[in-house]
Design a protein around this ligand. Structure first.
Ligand code: GDP
Length: 479
């Protein structure tokens, strides 16, 4: 029983694609409730947790459920354990049951709540538990904060009487009523105060930028990959396990980690059969789906082919960041204006995505290869950018004043208010008189306005429109 509880609690969080670097994920602090039977531990538990969040785990052979749950308070999150579930463990003695609770709390918890009963007052059993907690934490080599929580303190008289629990020798005594909810906020404040400090920001989540290299055959994808693997520190290779031979590689550049997605797919060499070609396109699309930023590699000696534009469109549709990598720059005969001419030609061809950054490299010589990752970092930052609502509406208001959108179908277009509702990619919601009136040129105008004011270089942005009457608009009327 005890082992089971311990296992369940220390189970790592569900790994997400945006995972912390190994060893740096901050484990959630644990708060355990201990106390003799019938003092109201499970009512306290339910009150602290709110029923919604409780993870109920059936334990065979008992008449009640074990409960673990997460509590969020004042910006902190902790796991709460009701060790009281041990009470009904197979017919152990009460003493053994309490000893097990205390052991569990000392092993697992950062903070211990010692539940008592303000109606019955201080009992010998409470003193016994307090004694065990002191001895146990002493033996464990570090004292843990213990907050004494006299329950059933439904009125002022009982709250005053609860002062007797200071005799247990712990500094904090917070009488509560789980039934009325009184003092629960104070208790949560005290818990959050006593929680171990958060590790420094960087350690909470070392974000790995997920990058994929895409492009037509023979443009130099695997050459670029090999350059990156050769020049940057390779941290690990890992198989995500979906496709058996899809291998991701983690590299480090300038102190940042990058997850290169499906490096096996990029390495695939040789003549490509028509059937395989289709497979590799599908594979590239999946890689784009998993990535934050796609590096679209093109061949400098060929400019952009229809297929390049097609891939660029797919990246845009997927809402991912994009860096256009013009490779084989060593093969181009250059004078002082060549790069500029290329830039202009690319801008002309990619006219539906004028915001894409371009890097000219040679995977063969290694020229500017590091720049590719620098650009990926910059693009990811743009994808994650949040614009404060006031600034957003100021920029849009100014643009609309300068260029009022022409009426459509005889009706004026009125945009009242906008707000950013999402990042990755940045997504904006516009409240207006009638979304039916929105047309391509208005969208273009608004997108250009946002990009001029706030950048978003290398990332698609999304605009949504919703009808709202001006009276309901929270901001000043525009349009
Ligand atoms: P992939 O099919 O896109 O992975 O392309 P590869 O990396 O296999 O490269 C295709 C061919 O182009 C190979 O013969 C490479 O040696 C050559 N190549 C790749 N990058 C460069 C470059 O920057 N300059 C030159 N001159 N050749 C390159």
């Amino acid at each position: 029983m005890l082992a089971m509880a311990t296992r369940a609690v220390s189970k790592p969080a569900i790994p997400s694609e945006r995972s912390a670097a190994p060893g740096t994920a901050a484990p959630k602090p644990v708060v355990a409730i201990v106390g003799r039977p019938n003092v109201g531990k499970s009512s306290l538990f339910n009150r602290l947790i709110g029923q919604r969040r409780a993870i109920v785990e059936d334990v065979p052979g008992t008449t009640r459920d074990r409960l673990y749950g997460e509590v969020e308070w004042a910006g902190r999150t902790f796991t709460l354990i009701d060790t009281g579930g041990l009470e009904l463990a197979p017919p152990d003695s009460l003493a053994a049951s309490i000893a097990a609770q205390v052991r569990l709390a000392i092993e697992e918890a950062d903070i211990i709540l010692l539940a008592t009963d303000s109606v019955e007052g201080l009992t010998a059993a409470d003193e016994e538990i307090a004694q065990q907690l002191r001895a146990g934490t002493f033996a464990a080599g570090r004292s843990k904060p213990v907050i004494v929580v006299p329950g059933k303190a439904d009125n002022a008289q009982r709250r005053d009487a609860a002062a007797e629990f200071y005799a247990l020798g712990f500094e904090e005594v917070i009488p509560v009523s789980a039934y009325h909810g009184s003092n629960i906020g104070d208790l949560l404040d005290a818990i959050v105060q006593a929680l171990p400090p958060l590790p420094p920001e960087a350690e909470v989540e070392v974000e790995r930028i997920k990058v994929t290299i895409v492009g037509r055959p023979n443009v130099g994808k695997s050459s670029l990959l090999n350059r990156l693997l050769g020049e940057e520190r390779v941290v690990v290779s890992e198989a995500p396990g979906t496709t058996r031979d899809a291998i991701d590689t983690v590299i480090e550049h300038d102190g940042r980690q990058f997850l290169l997605i499906d490096t096996a797919g990029i390495r695939r060499r040789g003549r490509i059969e028509p059937g395989i070609e289709k497979y590799s396109v599908l594979r590239a699309l999946r890689a784009i789906e998993r990535a934050d930023v796609a590096l679209l590699v093109v061949d400098a000696t060929e400019f952009l082919a229809a297929q390049d534009l097609h891939i660029a469109g797919e990246i845009e549709r997927a809402g991912k960041g994009i860096v256009l990598v013009v490779n084989k720059w060593d093969l181009v005969e250059k004078d002082s204006t060549t790069q500029q001419q290329y830039q202009q030609e690319i801008a002309r061809q990619l006219n539906f995505m004028p915001w894409v950054p371009v890097v000219f490299i040679s995977a063969l010589t290694g020229q500017r290869v590091g720049r590719v990752l620098d650009e990926a970092v910059a693009v990811q930052a743009e994808r994650q950018k949040r614009i404060p609502t006031a600034q957003l509406n100021e920029a849009i208001g100014r643009a609309l004043e300068a260029h009022a959108p022409p009426a459509r179908k005889g009706r004026p277009i009125k945009i009242y208010y906008a707000t950013q509702v999402e990042v990755t990619p940045p997504t904006f919601l516009f409240f207006m008189n009638d979304p039916q009136l929105v047309h391509f040129s208005l969208e273009r105008f608004l997108e250009n306005t946002l990009r001029q004011a706030f950048g978003f270089r290398g990332t698609p942005i999304r605009l949504h429109f919703r009808a709202r009457r001006p009276a309901a608009a929270p901001g000043a009327q525009r349009g």
